[in-house]
Design a binder for this molecule. Sequence first.
Ligand code: GTP
Ligand code: MG
Length: 150
Amino acid sequence: MERTFVMIKPDGVQRGLAGEIISRFERKGLKIVAMKMLWIGRELAEQHYAEHKEKPFFNALIDYITSGPVVAMVVEGRSAVSVVRTMIGKTNPAEAAPGTVRGDLAMDTGRNVVHASDSLQSAEREISLFFKPDEIFDYAKVDEDWVYEK
Ligand code: GTP
Ligand code: MG
């Protein structure tokens, strides 16, 4: 099964949307295999968003993501990377489809409530940045036969 990294950003936590967002992944049939609240420091934020280092919005992005606690998760499921990206919607919430997290719950690119890995390679990198192996749990979920056809 594929794993992806998901993070409820500081605005999601401040707006009391953590439960709503986690619930959407649970209801979809995805499995949460790791989760913690943390307050990201600038160094980790810069590593996480290293691909955007030269972008004009980089400093604002680092300020945003370090502005309060976040909820970090590892989410597992069949094609989890693309399924979760589809569920969160486009980067700009004004263009994100209704039914997506950003489409339903956000208004501004700079306050788009959630992060998810954009590829399998990013997922592996981001998971190892935020979680130690012993913080990620391998377990069977009782409804698996009802979520996936054998
Ligand atoms: P993440 O899941 O957070 O990585 O978002 P994404 O993959 O949909 O978008 P991308 O990786 O291109 O950008 C990372 C984050 O930087 C976005 O989620 C926004 O919070 C922020 N960002 C991207 N583009 C802009 C921009 O043009 N202006 C501002 N202020 N922020 C931006
Ligand atoms: Mg991204």
